[in-house]
Design a protein around this ligand. Structure first.
Ligand code: HSE
Length: 318
């Protein structure tokens, strides 16, 4: 019997200056696996088993689990494409906290699709799979956005194109930057965090958003890290969402006064991130956030890099 395992990393959506269009994969420097794992095995009928530190926070029942929806969608696409298919048993290792801003649902979705695709000998290419992942992410959060699924699946720093023929492109990353992430331990639903945003953006903010994103992409390609860091502010979501995040202003102030080059909300929060180009300063910010931003025993913090690779699969038997 064949079993295929896929790991899909946590990610930062938006990266402050790219609401819905920019995302970064995360890999803790200490080697911790920060991401969900899905296993797929041949079986006579579909089953889903959930384990892992945050499995008890999932909605009860396999039918309500996003991995089941991924399986149903994948199966349908296989049939549409005229491919042979069979049932599988799936296991979700739910290692990421739900509603954390670390791309938790994206991690489950990417691990599920990546494992299924590998298990069936890769019937779909990257772009076709990304479109499926975006659709499932949309079912959960209320709108299709790729800024978690794309970096989670492909790794690196990804910019969405708005073009279904090529959903995303990779941007250069700054190799010297550390990304300190801290999850406070409370849960913020993405759809609720989207609903508190205004439906229209003021002209001045629209101009700032466009300028920042253009300058950031240029600065990365030019290797001008100071210029890149200087435009990492969020004029779209942070002014509204920070009201949902206890201790946000203090965390920002400490980080920026102690070596942070940029600070922001990861995705829809409550995880925050600080960018830093010095390992000792990054560790000092991590320790402060762990002691002061974390609200309960579910919270944690890590110093991360942006990995070149996103989801990885492994055939474990067969
Ligand atoms: N871009 C998304 C948002 C990321 O900020 O709502 C969260 O999934």
């Amino acid at each position: 019997m064949k079993t295929t395992r896929a790991y899909a990393p946590a990610s930062i959506g938006n990266v402050s200056l790219g609401f819905d269009v920019l995302g970064a994969a995360l890999a803790p420097v200490d080697g911790t696996e920060l991401g969900d794992v899905v296993e797929v095995s041949d079986a006579a009928e579909f089953t889903l088993t959930c384990t892992g530190a945050f499995a008890h926070k999932l909605p009860p029942g396999a039918d309500n689990n996003i991995v089941t929806l991924c399986y149903a969608h994948f199966f349908e696409e296989m049939v549409k494409a005229g491919k042979e298919t069979h049932h599988v048993a799936m296991t979700l290792h739910k290692n990421l906290p739900i509603g954390s801003g670390l791309g938790s649902s994206a991690s489950s979705i990417v691990a599920a699709f990546h494992a299924l695709n590998a298990h069936f000998d890769c019937p779909f290419d990257e772009n076709a799979l990304l479109l499926m992942m975006g659709e499932l992410e949309g079912q959960i959060s209320g709108s299709i956005h790729y800024d978690n699924v794309a970096p989670c699946y492909l790794g690196g720093l990804t910019l969405m194109t708005g073009n279904d023929a090529k959903v995303t492109v990779q941007l250069p990353t700054v190799k010297s930057w550390y990304w300190v992430v801290c999850y406070s331990g409370i849960s913020v639903s993405t759809s609720a965090a989207r609903n508190i945003l205004p439906k229209e953006v003021a002209m001045a903010d629209t101009l700032t958003f466009g300028r920042q994103l253009g300058v950031f992409v240029h600065a990365l390609h030019a290797g001008d890290t100071d210029l890149a860091a200087s435009v990492m502010q969020d004029v779209i979501a942070e002014p509204y969402r920070k009201s949902l995040l206890p201790g946000f202003d203090d965390a920002r102030a400490f980080s920026m006064e102690n070596g942070g080059l940029a600070f922001g909300i990861s995705g829809s929060g409550p995880t925050v991130f600080a960018v830093c180009d010095d390992a000792d300063k990054a560790e000092a910010i991590r320790e402060w956030l762990q002691a002061n931003y974390v609200q309960n025993e579910d919270g944690f913090s890590h110093v991360c890099r942006i990995p070149e690779k996103g989801a990885v699969e492994q055939q474990v038997k067969g």
